[in-house]
Design a protein around this ligand. Structure first.
Ligand code: FAD
Length: 471
């Protein structure tokens, strides 16, 4: 019998698993996909918001602001890329200037440090490519950009090192209550557990309804993006937001933590799991973005993608305990920015509901990640002397070596697909998007995992690359 079963291994499930792995608990994470971070966590704006946006007094406001420092600290401990570049919300009219002022006041009430309302001239001085009709801007120095999927992976990896069991391709299909807990059917197997944590993203409503009376709906909502080449990565210095308007919440333009430029998202209601993009929606994103930064060169686009927000019928995060079942549902934006605080809040909620959390004598809370391209010449020479595979570059766009790919394959959460390698060490993330290194990655994966190249998928199970000819 498990003590805790966490359903879903996005940033919320993995943050909770990481925290609970410090305790003497038998914990299992059940994830329906073939890897960690396959839902909203892998396709979002990657912003650690400063915390001026959520309404005062909400859990979103409290946990977002609380998490800003926690996330910075965690990224350092876990060797996850993080850059505190600050954010700007641009206003283009008197009405929007008033909105910026309201955001400033809300931010102060929420406890966001360092906020300032800047004039056009002050904004232009720190963000030279903004449009000339900007009237003022809200500056938030604590906003940051991170690598969201590596963040979730790193948290899950440390949890596994500390003894948490991760079951991939284990979709939860049914839950029933017993005298001392729950029985879960997942991936065709049953498990018994005392407590359940529902962190299933866009499917959290369905999971809740398997165990409890219906109380909320998840309203999936899609956001589409452009990801531009690094040649556009210095087009802005900050995360540049717009004020919400009649046609949407506004499109952001921002450098990514890897040095690309991200532009998006829009907001369109959709089905859970619908990550398609359309030319019409992307044209809308483009038209909105150039209002802030007119000079973006969209010819440098290397990828379009979409993520699905787990919005809900509740105007806040839904974090509640019911008889050993803990909902951590409707974790819409700023869910990534709030994940660290959400996990802390859930830990306290569990204790308040009688879960005994006794700390282990030994556990780890850190992780190392080799990054060849960030090493000094001396460090490179030393690692190549130790393992010559670090001297063989596989992904030329991103300078990722065979040594790093092999290191990723032999880590505690084994990647089995080409995109899982991309999420772990960035091979295939560059300008050619894996056009050149993709076949080499398939080869290395098959060799290291001892399987055929036909067994290596691109992404989700069934997204095959190499197929046997059927005569
Ligand atoms: C377009 C967009 C932009 C965003 N931008 C930002 C931003 O800049 N900053 C920010 O703070 N937040 C942002 N967010 C929000 C943020 O991405 C989410 O709040 C966060 O990723 C939610 O994490 P999660 O773990 O709850 O959900 P998910 O990452 O979706 O994880 C849920 C997991 O549950 C699994 N699952 C589902 N059903 C089952 C089942 N039956 N059995 C087992 N497993 C199951 C899924 O496969 C998935 O892995 C954005 C979201 C989107 C979509």
């Amino acid at each position: 019998m498990y003590d805790v079963a966490i359903i879903g291994c996005g940033v919320i499930g993995s943050s909770i698993a990481y925290r609970l792995s410090r305790f003497n608990l038998k914990t299992v994470v059940l994830e329906k996909e073939n890897d960690v971070a396959m839902g909203a966590t892998r396709a979002n704006s990657a912003i650690i918001h400063a915390g001026y946006d959520p309404a005062e007094g909400t859990l979103m406001a409290k946990l977002n602001v609380r998490s800003v420092e926690l996330t910075k600290d965690l990224c350092q401990k876990l060797s996850v890329p993080y850059a505190q570049i600050g954010s700007l919300v641009l206003a283009f009219s008197d009405e929007e200037s008033a909105h910026v002022q309201r955001l400033y006041e809300r931010g102060i009430a929420n406890g966001v440090p360092g906020l300032k309302v800047l004039t056009y001239a002050e904004t232009k001085a720190i963000e030279p490519n903004i449009a000339d009709n900007v009237t003022c801007a809200l500056y938030a120095p604590t906003a940051a950009v991170i690598n969201p999927w590596e963040y979730a992976l790193a948290l899950a990896e440390v949890a596994v090192v500390n003894g948490v069991e991760l079951r991939l391709e284990a979709a939860v299909e049914a839950i029933s209550k017993t005298d001392n807990g729950y029985v879960i059917t997942a991936g065709g197997k049953t498990i018994e557990t005392k407590y359940i944590i529902n962190a299933a993203g866009t499917e959290a409503g369905m999971i809740h309804d398997m165990a409890l009376p219906h109380t909320f709906d998840i309203l999936p909502n899609k956001g589409e993006y452009y990801l531009l080449d690094k040649s556009e990565g210095t087009r802005t210095n900050h995360v540049v937001f717009q004020c919400p308007s009649k046609v949407g919440k506004g499109v952001l333009v921002s450098p990514t933590v890897h040095g690309n430029l991200i532009v998006g998202p829009n907001a369109v209601d959709c089905e859970a799991g619908d990550t398609s993009t359309s030319a019409e929606d992307l044209a809308f994103v483009r038209s909105m973005a150039v209002k802030s930064i007119p000079s973006i060169d969209f010819r440098q686009n290397i990828r379009n993608f979409a993520g699905v927000r787990p919005n809900s019928t509740v105007d806040d995060f839904i974090i509640k305990a019911h008889d050993g079942f803990f909902d951590v549902a409707g974790i819409k934006s700023p869910g990534l920015a709030s994940a660290a605080g959400i996990a802390e809040y859930v830990e306290n909620l569990m204790q308040d509901n009688g879960v005994v959390l006794a700390e282990k004598a030994e556990y780890t809370d850190t992780r190392e990640q080799p990054r060849f391209k960030e090493m000094t010449h001396e460090e490179r020479a030393a690692i190549v002397a130790e393992n010559p595979l670090f001297g063989r570059v596989i992904c030329r766009c991103e300078t990722i070596t065979e040594g790093e790919i092999i290191d990723a394959i032999h880590r505690p959460i084994i990647p089995r697909t080409v995109d899982a390698i991309k999420r772990r060490c960035c091979a295939g993330m560059g300008r050619c998007q894996g056009g050149f290194c993709g076949p080499r990655v398939v080869e290395i994966l098959a060799r290291e995992l001892g399987c055929s190249r036909q067994d290596i998928d691109k992404d989700k199970t069934g997204s095959y690359i190499v197929r046997k000819r059927e005569d």
